[in-house]
Each structure stands twice: as C-alpha cells, then as structure tokens.
Design a protein around this ligand. Structure first.
Ligand SMILES: NC(=O)C1=CN([C@@H]2O[C@H](COP(=O)(O)OP(=O)(O)OC[C@H]3O[C@@H](n4cnc5c(N)ncnc54)[C@H](O)[C@@H]3O)[C@@H](O)[C@H]2O)C=CC1
Ligand SMILES: N[C@@H](CC=O)C(=O)O
Ligand code: NA
Length: 428
C-alpha cells in the first residue's frame, strides 16, 4: 500500500474552496500522476459553521491554523488565508519549524518575508512553493525558474493583476465607472481582501518583486518597486488611448541595468495589437527575455478559484513526487543584493492629461513648463469646450524626473483645476 501525501488547508475562501474541489474531482488522476494518493486530512478557517458549497465532512477541523501546521498527520500545509503578517506568517513559520512542506498563494507574505522563509525552508530541507502567488493559474515561476533556467534573463514584464485588467477592460466595454466594475471584480473572487492592494498596484508589486528575484538571482526587494495604481485612470483616458491605437495596462517590469535593478509597476499605454494590449478580462501575461531563448510569453487567467487552485495543486504534485526546489530558482542564501535604479532615470514618451481652466494663455503656461524641463511635445489635443477642459499632450522620449518636475510645477498653477496625470507609453 503506497503512503498517501497528506494535506492541511488553512483558509477556505475562494482559493481554499477551489483546492478542495480539484482534489475531490481529480483525485484519482492526481494519484496516477504522482504514484500515490494525495489526500486532504485537515482544514482551518474562521467560521466552522459556514456553508462553503464543498463537502468538508471527511476532514478534521482546526480553529487555530497554527495547530493545523503542527499536526503529525499533515505532510504539506496549504496557506490560502492571505496577509503578509499575522496568522498567515505564524502558520508558515510553525509549519516550516515542524518540518512540513508549505504551498502558498500569498504574494504579500512572499514579497515581504520570502527571503527569510525560503532560507528557513531550505535549511530544513522542505519545500516552500508559491506558483499560485504570481499570475494565478499561469505557470510563471515554473516557466522562468525551470524551463528558462539556463538563460541569463535580461527583462521580465507583464500584466500581473487580474482585477486591474478586468477593470480597465470592463470600464471601456460597459462605459461604466471604476467603482461599479471593481464591485464586480470583488464579487467574482478576483480582488484581494483589501482591493486597494489591486487598484493601487501593490499586489502587482508583490508579484514583480518575487519574479525579479527569480529572474535575476537578487534578494527580494519589494520596497524597491516603484509603484503606481490605476485609481486616477478615467474612461476618457482609456478612450483617448484607444483613439491613438493604445490600450492602458497596469504593467509590471523588471530589468537589470549596469546602474542597478529597475522594478516598476505603473499604468502604461501599449500597442493595442500587442499580446499585452489585447489581454481580455482577468487575463495575465508574463513575458520573459532570455539571452539564449529570446522572448517567451505566458498568458492565462491570473485570478479566480479554478486557476489559482490549479497552480496550488501543480506545486503539491511536484512535492508529492519528491521534487523540492528552491523558491527563487537557487539557494536563497545565494541571492545577491542589487542596487536600485533611480526612478528618475526611467525614460519613454508620455501621455499627459491636464484639466485646465479655459483661459487665454493656459496652454502656453503648460507648454513653457514642459519646455523648461526639456520635455518636447509630439502631439497636443483639447477635448470639448467645458470649463475646466481636459487637454492631452503626447511627449517625445522624456526622462521621468523631467516629467515629474514639470507636472509638479503645472499642478501648482492657478489654471490647473485637477492634478495632472502622466501615463508612460511603453514598447512591449
Ligand atoms: N482570489 C484569487 O484570485 C487569488 C488569491 N490569491 C491569494 O490567495 C490567498 C487567499 O485568497 P482568497 O481565497 O481570495 O481569500 P478569501 O478572503 O476568499 O479567503 C480567505 C480564507 O482565509 C480564512 N482566514 C483569513 N484569516 C484567517 C485567520 N486569521 N484565521 C483563520 N482563517 C482565516 C478566511 O476565513 C477565508 O476562509 C490570498 O493570499 C490571496 O492573495 C492568489 C492568487 C489569486
Ligand atoms: N487580486 C489578485 C488575485 C491574484 O493574484 C488579482 O486580481 O490578480
Ligand atoms: Na502562477
């Protein structure tokens, strides 16, 4: 009789439920692939009485997730509670200390504590795996860490937050305001418990920090990700972008320069016909450039019950087969510190939106502030005749620090009715 591989699941929300379903529906095939049964033995969540639409009667219940982590009959703990600190961190610490493998979907935890946790797991000879944490169902970590492992990576970028992609697409399709579409993303189980992590770019920054460590062999540096969300993007920006042949995407990008590691998450305008520009709904994409392979793109569902549970179980199957791989593709203690590229050194063409009082000379003040910072104008357009009136300017290639300085100056002018918005135009 083969020994089963026994799972304990902490968290029974969107993702935890999906894991229960996938084991129930595909248990027999999974056992054939792995060569032994994979079974859930215990679960933990906040409310034992709640009906979650899945049968939990065969599993032991633990009110305390840390107790679940310490159970002698659990080989692998699946952490799908969320949160960088608090119970999720306590659970993972306890599981690793007890010599259990850990599979987690928690990018906040890995971005903040992944370095230390990976060192602990590797020291204990157990797995710490997080495929579900980056780009949901897409095998991004596997693709980068295994499939492309022989390459020197030059750049990694992509759309890493499903909620934002969904919001940007739906705002345009339904001509709906941002708030209504965000409520749908929450109802569909895409958004984080605190959705400001999605729309503020923090969730994508968590994922980018993990990807960058894997890509460049550098220590996880979440604090070094320059982060800007989509909160100030309007339907008018989306429609203007479309008019110019662009889609607006929340793009995460990491690249190693001689001067340091560039890590940024920002709304960007990209060619609407590109892979990134055409991503529908909640779809994510991760594009990796390697020196020998060239460019490889992975795309697929980045959030939701099924895709995330699929990624969790991919890690579980690996571990059940005996494959215990380092989370960052090499020993965590071998990851190097990299200097951060100064954010002002970024450069590209920019789309700038100003909301100006309709007064003689208003445009001249904008143009001269841009000129003083050495920002050259490529196109300019005034929309409508209201007061205040939106004015859009597309620049030639410009340094980010010059754009920021010009915008600070313009935002303080009496003719500025709202703070200006800058969206980078990116080649993808
Ligand atoms: N929903 C999605 O599409 C994706 C989610 N993730 C990550 O997966 C994790 C879980 O996400 P969801 O399932 O969407 O969250 P959720 O909010 O639907 O479920 C969280 C579960 O954890 C339990 N929980 C939370 N705090 C607890 C505590 N202190 N003690 C005991 N139980 C506690 C809750 O009772 C609930 O059952 C998060 O780290 C999230 O970032 C990752 C990829 C995609
Ligand atoms: N909230 C996240 C969930 C997956 O990581 C997203 O929208 O991408
Ligand atoms: Na993934």
């Amino acid at each position: 009789m083969t020994t089963p591989f026994r799972l304990g699941i902490a968290g029974l929300g969107t993702v935890g439920r999906g894991v229960v379903r996938i084991v129930a529906e595909h248990g027999a095939e999974i056992a054939t692939r792995v060569g032994r049964p994979v079974e859930i033995v215990a679960v933990s969540a906040r409310d034992r009485r709640r009906d979650r639409g899945v049968d939990l009667t065969a599993f032991a219940w633990e009110d305390d997730p840390v107790a679940l982590a310490r159970r002698a009959d659990v080989d692998c703990v699946i952490e799908v509670m969320g949160g960088a600190n608090g119970p999720a961190k306590a659970l993972v610490d306890a599981a690793l200390a007890a010599g259990k493998h850990v599979v987690t979907a928690n990018k906040a935890l890995l971005a903040r504590h992944g370095q230390e946790l990976a060192e602990t797991a590797e020291g204990a000879g157990v797995a710490l795996a997080g495929e579900a944490a980056v780009a949901g169902g897409i095998p991004a970590l596997k693709g980068l860490g295994e499939g492309l492992a022989a390459n020197r990576i030059t750049r990694v970028f992509g759309v890493l937050n499903g909620t934002c992609n969904y919001i940007l697409n739906e705002m345009e399709a339904r001509k709906a305001p941002y708030e209504a579409v965000l409520a749908d993303a929450q109802r569909l189980g895409y958004a984080e418990a605190d959705p400001s992590f999605d729309v503020g770019g923090i969730d994508a920054a968590h994922k980018l920090a993990i990807l960058a460590a894997l890509a460049f062999g550098t220590r996880v540096d979440f604090e070094g990700v320059v982060t800007e969300g989509i909160e100030r993007i309007t339907l008018a920006d989306i429609e203007t972008a479309r008019d110019m042949g662009f889609s607006i995407r929340l793009l995460g990008l990491a690249r190693m320069h001689e001067a340091g590691l560039e890590q940024r998450v920002r709304p960007c305008m990209v060619d609407e016909r590109s892979l990134i520009g055409a991503l529908p709904g909640v779809t994510n994409a991760v594009v990796v450039e390697g020196d020998f392979v060239g460019q490889c793109a992975f795309s697929g569902p980045g959030a939701g019950e099924g895709p995330t549970a699929s990624a969790i179980m991919a890690d579980v199957l690996d571990i059940a087969r005996g494959a215990v791989r380092p989370l960052f593709g090499r020993a965590a203690t071998a990851l190097a510190s990299a200097p951060r590229l100064s954010h002002g050194d970024e450069h590209s063409p920019y789309y700038l939106r100003f909301t100006l009082a309709d007064r003689p000379g208003a445009l001249a003040q904008i143009a001269s502030a841009l000129g003083r910072q050495g920002v050259s104008i490529h196109r300019m357009r005034q929309y409508g005749k209201g007061d205040p009136v939106p004015v859009v300017i597309v620049t030639h290639d410009a340094r980010r620090d010059a754009i920021d300085a010009a915008l600070a100056e313009i935002g303080a002018l009496p003719v500025s009715a709202e703070p200006p918005v800058a969206i980078r135009i990116e080649e993808v």
